[in-house]
Write a protein that binds this ligand. Structure first.
Ligand code: HEC
Length: 177
């Protein structure tokens, strides 16, 4: 009986400490969108995100890989719906909205993004990333046209490290005002 009471007191103290830490965090940060998350927070967040993506989704491969037309269609969607945060070249830095988002949209030309599997990219486009500015573009149900569009975007994201000035010029003509 005594040990039960001791455990109970321990649990209550632990919960109270957690709540107090949470309140201090909320007050100290004002829950502002800034400052930028540090390296450790970013690493931890990316690891948890990778863990959260179901294994069978991660293992999916792009059915449109190597398709010229998919790459161009992906480029057009990207210019219209993604570039406002990610920039036409995927670097994220030049876009008005991307600059103020924390965590920032990463440089998608770099290994951190290019090293994600096709399935991971597809899953992120369809479902977004919780607690960040990355919106979900899927409808939440299996929809062939939507899936095709997401795979076209994956095809285009693979192109980003070699994107040309001509392609960027064409994207600029499609960017929303
Ligand atoms: C409103 C801003 C916004 C828009 C619009 C947006 N994104 Fe994002 N995106 C983000 C942010 C912020 C992140 C970083 C999320 C994180 O830190 O996990 C992100 C992350 C990603 C990632 C993961 C990259 C990585 O290495 O973590 C992919 C892939 C992606 N976006 C694709 C897209 C595509 C494709 C579109 C358009 C259909 C799009 N995004 C539109 C803000 C946006």
């Amino acid at each position: 009986m005594r040990s039960f009471i001791q455990i109970l007191i321990g649990v209550v103290l632990a919960v109270a400490t957690l709540v107090a830490t949470g309140l201090v965090y909320v007050k100290a940060t004002g829950l502002r969108g800034q400052p930028e998350p540090g390296l450790i927070e970013t690493r931890v967040a990316r690891t948890i995100r990778a863990f959260a993506i179901p294994r069978e989704m991660r293992a999916r491969t792009n059915p449109l890989v190597g398709s010229e037309s998919a790459r161009w269609l992906g480029l057009e969607h990207f210019a219209r719906y993604c570039a406002l945060c990610h920039g036409n070249d995927g670097s994220g830095v030049k876009s008005a909205i991307g600059r103020g988002l924390l965590p920032k949209p990463p440089d998608m030309r770099a290994l951190a993004t290019q090293g994600l599997t096709d399935g991971e990219l597809f899953y992120i486009i369809e479902n977004g990333v919780r607690f960040t500015g990355m919106p979900a573009f899927g409808t939440g149900t299996s929809d062939q046209a939507g899936d095709k569009q997401a795979w076209e975007l994956v095809t285009f994201i693979r192109r980003l490290p070699q994107i040309t000035a001509d392609e960027i010029g064409y994207m600029e003509s499609l960017n929303p005002l």
